[in-house]
Each structure stands twice: as C-alpha cells, then as structure tokens.
Design a protein around this ligand. Structure first.
Ligand code: SAM
Length: 192
C-alpha cells in the first residue's frame, strides 16, 4: 500500500536533516512520488518484479537521469544489504516489500539496517496488518504465524534493543478484511 497520511506525517516530523529515502517494493512508483514531494534529495527503490519497474520507471526518467532516483531490480533480502554498502549517511527506510508471492524479506531487511555502521536511520514498516493476516500463504514467513502486533513489536524491539519502536495507525484499508491496520516505526537514534 502506498504511504498513508499518518506515515507521511511521521516521516515529515522525524526526517530532520535526512536527505536519503530508501524503499523496498516499488510497485507503481507511488512511494517514490511521495518521497520526491517530501523533498528527499536521493531516493532508492528496490523491486523484485522487473515488469513493475519497466511499466512505471518512465515517470521518473528526469530524476533517474539526474541521479536523484535509482531503481534497483532484485530481492530486497539481498539487495538492501548491497545498497547499504553504498550509503554513508542516515536514511529513512520505507519497508514495503511483501505480498505478490515473493515471501517476506522483512527480518533480513531489519537486520541489514541494524548492522549498518551509520546510526540515526528512521524506519517505517508498512502493512504490519498484512504480514499478520496474510491471505497468501506463500508470503507468510514462519515467524509470522499467529503473529500479533505485540509479538511483532517484540521481534523488532529485540533486533533494535534500546531503540524506540512505535505503532502508526492508518485507518481502514481497502484490502483489509477486518485486520488491524497499522505500520511500525523505528527510530534508530541513540545508538553509537
Ligand atoms: C505493497 S507493494 C509496494 C507499494 C509501494 N511501496 C507504494 O508505496 O505504492 C509491494 C511490492 O513489493 C514487491 N516485492 C515483494 N517481495 C519483494 C522482495 N523480496 N524484494 C523486492 N521487492 C519485493 C512486490 O513486487 C510489490 O511491487
């Protein structure tokens, strides 16, 4: 799902001097459009499905040519780690690569960010309700069986130990069949 109003507000309030936005799951480019509207100077989006990239990358031809937008093809479970090797500044990460039958790379993504040498990253995990209530079993990671928000929060809190993890409510979603609609935010501010 594209970023909801509360997620956008959270990013606006917390990005401070951060200039880089990294998204996993490009789909139709809506996240990239929003990141441009939020005045990020550089945007990187990772997408596993080449067809989605080919369909929508032309919306960003100018920004791609200028080096402002980079779309990376591949599985974010590996590609995010490679992207992180090229990053030497704090970033806002919007983790939205799930559904569509390619599994759920979230824990790999979170660990890659946690292990990055730069601290001060801001992370928004989208669609936690979907990970919890996934109707597509091929996308349900073993750790997501019988997942509740509190358990998920515990998993993330375990990865980021003393970091602030908070819930972002985003109202009813068109895709929801009554599951809880929320995202999770991680402020990786205080670790050295
Ligand atoms: C919920 S959509 C992303 C929506 C987009 N971020 C937006 O704001 O509109 C999920 C996208 O993640 C992609 N995806 C799923 N698993 C992935 C993976 N392991 N690596 C990279 N992309 C993945 C899907 O192909 C799909 O395009």
């Amino acid at each position: 799902m594209a970023l909801c109003k509360n997620q956008i507000k959270f990013i606006r309030d917390n990005k401070k001097a951060i200039k880089l936005f990294v998204e996993t799951g490009f789909l139709r480019g809506d996240g990239v459009k929003i990141a441009l509207d939020l005045d990020f100077e550089r945007i990187i989006s990772i997408e596993i499905n080449k067809d989605y990239i080919n369909k929508s990358k032309s919306m960003f031809t100018k920004e791609i040519t200028e080096g402002k937008v980079t779309i990376v093809h591949g599985n974010s479970a590996e590609k995010l780690r490679e992207v992180l090797e090229t990053i030497d500044e704090a970033a806002v990460f919007y983790l939205d690569a799930h559904a569509h039958g390619h599994g759920c790379p979230l824990i790999d993504e979170l660990n890659a960010i946690k292990n990055h040498y730069i601290k001060g990253h801001v992370i928004v995990v989208d669609d936690v309700w979907f990970i919890e209530n996934s109707v597509n079993n091929s996308d349900r990671a073993p750790w997501a069986n019988n997942l509740t928000f509190d358990r998920f929060m515990g998993i993330v809190q375990n990865i980021f130990d003393d970091t602030k993890v908070e819930k972002i409510e985003y109202g009813q979603s068109a895709y929801s069949d009554g599951g809880n609609n929320y995202a999770l935010a991680v402020l990786n501010n205080n670790k050295s």
